[in-house]
Design a protein around this ligand. Sequence first.
Ligand SMILES: *Cc1c(COP(=O)(O)O)cnc(C)c1O
Length: 422
Amino acid sequence: MSDSDRGAGAGDGKFGPYGGQYVPEVLMPAIEELTDAYERYVLDNEEGFVDEFRERLADFGGRPTPLQRADRLSERYGTEVYLKREDLLHGGAHKLNNALGQVLLAKYMGKERIIAETGAGQHGTATAMAAAHLDMPCEVYMGERDINRQRPNVFRMRLNGADVVPVTAGRGTLKEAISETMREWATNVEDTHYVIGSVVGPHPFPTMVRDFQAVISEEARGQIREKAGRLPDAVLACAGGGSNTMGTFHEFVGDDDVDLYAVEAGGSSLDVDQETGVAPNSASLSTGSEGVLHGARTKLLQDRDGQIVESHSVSSGLDYAGVGPELAALVDEGRVTPVNEDDDAALEAFHRLSQEEGIIPALESAHALAYLHSAADDLGEVVVVNVSGRGDKDLESVIEETDRRDLSNAPDMDVLEREGGL
Ligand SMILES: *Cc1c(COP(=O)(O)O)cnc(C)c1O
């Protein structure tokens, strides 16, 4: 949606071997209608869509978010470290950029109802906020198990007037919730828009969601030139589905001297257990193989028989077996380097940023900060790290996980808990 993208058309949604539209026939009219709306409103700014989007991102969302020099980390690593503070966006994460864009687009399309799916509840809460802001009815599909694990987010969505619909199929988690939402969309395409939460799904979603999130790198590229007087040597972002990643990278992709690192969740191990079919990680870029999931061809965690395996990460937002097709292609081209950090390293980075910079990051973002810690010597003189969200939502799991480990730089969580401090 930057000036350079305008008038380029929506493309065909193919990124090398990845992307495409692997959807049932009944969804094709909705996909075509959406593609047409994306071209007209988002790419060509018909009826001033882009101007309204920007204004709402500023006034409701709080954009632009700062690019902040991290003084202690810069000193510690002997390199200039800048943090892109998406944790300061309304709602506490980058997800509002996309949710607001899609709900507004649905309005321009004359849709009367929003549906979305959510795993940990982050995308659901962002969508519910955007829908309330734009006065649209909203239903959020959520696995039953996730509903029980994420009470505060369920309450947030309901406070914003959304209906939270339990999905009981399968394991009752994100994968099933996405499938259920696709089915719901297929039966109500006339009046309903499905807000997908990351750069995944059938074309035009990966491209469109990237464009809504690209505001991160549009700002960051200008901000770093102003503050550091030059472009960075490296840009780091965590990758689950890949929306904050693509948003943070997009404007830098053409800058050949800027290295781009997508930091995945290494979980507890990189190996897939072939017996149980469980991958104790979510590192689809580093270890996945080609397949089709949720309407697109991409890199996936699957077993020998091509069955999607259960993923795992200490951060629920990275816990997804697939990844956006464009990001998968950028990795194959060698433009983006996939790396990963395990649960322990992410927890340590969570504590480090909290103690040294006064910023409690989301556990997802902590993976990118963990990679900064591991690789600082090799990243160059100026590094930008995207802090995709704030960590308030993670306090309970951090206490639990920290307790089970012996983390040298962590405060005594037992004491905090005993004294009811958290
Ligand atoms: C959801 C989430 C992520 C992962 O989603 P992407 O699409 O990979 O960006 C990362 N960070 C935070 C804070 C999130 O809420």
